[in-house]
Design a protein around this ligand. Structure first.
Ligand code: SF4
Ligand code: SF4
Length: 490
């Protein structure tokens, strides 16, 4: 059958790959779906007959339990892509500089990521910034609002240009009648009081990198001279808090990179009792595993430890909701993305799939480098150009990239049980081959086992939460919790 099953104590579940249904099934059906001959032989004739009857009935009624994939194609529409690029651009990430005052050990600019760009002194000119912004506004007719992010390196090294850019974008916002959200991703070590005041006045969102308590943060996030940055960040947060605790609470988001040996529970405890908590969920990631030597000399047990720590975190999450408590800030932030992906999946019969987690390069997101080249987003490390400020985004090139990705998905994913939930994107398919960056099926294939493992564990966690709360927990997503459908429970 096309899907996966799992057992939790005396309960049995089925994720149906053709329809995205998650079903609670009986033990005999579980044995039959998993072709467990030993246990099937132990079932009585009546149990087997009933199980087969239900399987046939549900197959007919809901399209579930089909033996093979019914997905025949990946959604592809180049006209829609062109239309989106013309009228629905929504976000521009301006890479202000490749320079930084820090030298984090997992930084993609460093020597652990040979295919990413390296540190240099480049700085975006106001001319390039203006061209990028004008392009965004004139191609965003159908977007309700636009998002402009300032990125780096460390963008605050060049605050002057950010200040000018925000003023200019606001004038464009008035001209095009668009509201704008500004965001700066910063290490928050070179920020001044004057900058803070500007951010408060202009309601700029700040994403501040902070990895946890001093001993964990300072292990990897260091200045060029090797000293830790934790104390400086805390001092700056204190100043910001004094200037406006309301602003800090509403406009600051913390970005945490969990590094080996991970110590997830210690990081959790730190953030849950943090004096500068905000209302925004934390962004929690690991150092990128893509094309890196970062993990090379680490003991092979780190991933087993990591999984164990995750299981502990999940267990405590379930315990919290069993006690009627809301999951804590850190834990909720940690799992929200994947649970949300599962919860909001399309459920029903389908003969098509979307190309994994890929959006439309340039429309969904668009990254502009210091030298005026457009890329799909910051995660492709300036490896997949899609245009430049002189000529704009090259729609044919975007269609080619999108079509190539779809071609890869069509040869790779149609029979995969995870294709309704898979989140792999262009960055995972990029390979440096014969002196060029190309989208490669083999490269993307290297991540499939990880994705399937992660998704299977997330599905188990999702149903555990459903069982513990009767689905009520997912009301926090402000969506109806209809996905374990009553009529499909067996
Ligand atoms: S602050 Fe960001 S850009 Fe600077 S070294 Fe650290 S990870 Fe790299
Ligand atoms: S896990 Fe791999 S094969 Fe499966 S859908 Fe994702 S990319 Fe395709």
């Amino acid at each position: 059958m096309h899907g996966i099953s799992w057992q939790r104590g005396e309960k049995f579940y089925w994720y149906d790959a053709n329809t995205n249904h998650i079903l609670k099934i009986s033990k005999p059906i579980f044995y039959i779906l998993t072709n467990d001959q030993k246990n099937i032989r132990r079932l009585s004739f009546k149990e087997k007959e009933r199980a087969h009857k239900i399987i046939s009935e549900f197959r007919r009624k809901y399209g579930v339990f089909k033996p093979t994939s019914v997905i025949k194609r990946v959604v592809k529409d180049c006209n829609a892509v062109k239309e989106m690029l013309s009228n629905s651009m929504g976000s521009l990430i301006l890479n202000i500089t490749n320079d930084c005052n820090m030298r984090c050990k997992y930084c993609t600019f460093g020597d652990k990521y040979p295919y990413a760009k390296s540190y240099d002194k480049s700085k975006m000119s106001f001319y390039i910034m203006k061209k990028g912004m004008e392009y965004l506004f004139s191609h965003a007719k159908k977007s309700e609002k636009v998002y402009i992010s300032f990125y780096g390196g460390e963008p605050l090294l060049y605050f002057d240009i950010i200040k000018k850019g925000i003023k200019y974008a606001k004038a464009l916002g008035q001209k095009y009648n668009k509201s704008i959200k500004f965001k700066i991703t910063t290490n928050f070590t070179s920020v001044t009081k004057e900058m803070m005041q500007f951010f408060i006045e202009n309601r700029v969102n700040l994403t501040i990198s902070l990895n946890g308590p001093k001993e964990i943060h300072d292990r990897e996030r260091i200045f060029k001279n090797g000293s830790g940055t934790f104390d400086v960040i805390m001092q700056n947060l204190r100043t910001l808090y004094r200037l406006s605790s309301e602003y800090l609470h509403s406009h600051v988001t913390y970005a945490i990179v969990i590094t080996p040996p991970f110590e997830i529970l210690t990081v959790r405890d730190f953030f849950n009792s943090f004096p500068y908590k905000t209302r925004n969920l934390l962004i929690i990631t690991l150092p990128s595993p893509h094309d890196t030597t970062y993990y090379k000399n680490m003991p092979s047990t780190i991933w087993k430890d990591y999984q164990q720590q995750l299981e502990n975190l999940k267990r405590e999450f379930i315990e919290q909701i069993h006690k009627g408590m809301k999951p804590d800030w850190f834990t909720f932030s940690f799992f929200k993305g994947i649970l949300y992906r599962i919860h909001t999946r399309f459920v029903g019969k389908r003969d098509y799939m979307y190309p994994n987690g890929a959006g439309i390069p340039g429309a969904t997101r668009c990254y502009l480098s210091t030298d005026g080249i457009y890329y799909p987003c910051e995660k492709v490390w300036e490896r997949l150009p899609i245009g430049d400020v002189k000529h704009g985004i090259n729609k044919r090139r975007v269609c080619y990239i999108y079509s190539r990705f779809i071609e890869i998905c069509e040869s790779q994913c149609l029979d995969c049980w995870a294709n309704g939930l898979c989140y792999l994107c262009y960055n995972r398919a990029l390979e440096f081959k014969n002196g060029r960056n190309v989208l490669s099926m083999e490269k993307k294939g290297q991540y499939c086992d990880d994705v399937k493992n992660t998704l299977k564990k997330a599905l188990i966690f999702y149903t555990d939460i459903m069982e513990a709360t009767g689905g009520n927990f997912f009301n926090t997503f402000k969506l109806s919790s209809t996905n374990v459908k009553d009529e499909c429970k067996i």
